[in-house]
Design a binder for this molecule. Sequence first.
Ligand code: SF4
Length: 416
Amino acid sequence: MDTRQKLEILADAAKYDASCASSGSKQTRRGSQIGSTEGMGICHSYTPDGRCVSLLKILLTNYCIFDCTFCVNRVSSDTPRARFSVDEVVQLTLQFYKRNYIEGLFLSSGIIQNADYTMQQLTMVAKKLRSEHQYGGYIHLKTIPGCSDELIHEAGRWADRLSVNIELPTQNDLKQLAPEKDSTQIVTAMDTVKTRIDETKADKKQGFKAPSYAPAGQSTQLIVGATETPDATILQTVTSLYQDQRLRRVYYSAYSPIPHADARLPGMAPPLVREHRLYQADWLLRFYGFSADELFSPQQQNLPLDIDPKLAWTLANRDRFPVDINRADREMLLRIPGIGSRSVGRILQIRKHRSLSVADLKKLRVAWKRAAPFVITTDANPSLKLLDSLQLKQKTSTERQLSLFDAIDSARSGEV
Ligand code: SF4
């Protein structure tokens, strides 16, 4: 099999790994003749300084000794198989890089022989690129749970980011669908990465010249909708990952039915909007001071699909509104629908000098239709009378077909 054929198989197999900002793209628009939005091959991610980088996203191999039911690469699947050698991935990366097609590499793999052997192969790609070819581009390596700490230490020396996939939100889900995967091993691998990142930072703080270690941090991916586990449980798991492992990102990937799937798997993919709501809720946890528990009630353990989670929280907590834009603390300002964290920063700055009116908020480009019933300003705000209205949900919800704007949102949230 030539390299091009391998590339076709192994770039396609990598599309299930939602670890880049453009991973979620599903298809090119109907009727278009130019442009591609394939979630495979070359994907995009964002560096901490906001640059968009294109990544060659491939698997080293889609052979795998494991039999995770939800995965097209499981050992019992009859999918076409291929395997790159370390040198082939190195050469592909360099050639694509020199032609200016990519600025980085995202490399994952099925498990071959054992965790150590697979991790060694992945690490060797990064090491060769860095030490033999002085390649300075971005490298994201998938970490194989169960491999030795030494290999994880080595991988982080050469990679910018490491990620260990948690795959499913609970140990029970893993037991059902991926019995060979062990959540303890997954968390231990994440711990090892975190500890090493912390040690490197501490050494640098003390003035030692420590070699850099996974400077873009670590991330993970989990599949949504392969089991009945509700969003509340998913976000509780995610909260502990952010707190305990200090992950930079969690990627949510809606389960997509695979050929000859196991009978325990659902026949249909969950609505894509569920994945979108989880990303919005994730954003609320990380930047808006929400906790996972606040977003759910005992009766409602999934995020609503018809409105975004912030508006849903506001509607369930109307007694905490209206909020005086000129007096409220940052935490409460962040909870007003239609006002983002950047606008809150500007409001707090302007407030030091003068009070804000409706016109000021509009100038700050807050989503006024959404925010209006919830805020008190210096001048009259006729929309306040809507706060107790039964139609408040309809009046404030601006749900529209997921489109260009959502792509922009997810691109923004796709920082490396
Ligand atoms: S270990 Fe990874 S590649 Fe292998 S079957 Fe499980 S999910 Fe798929």
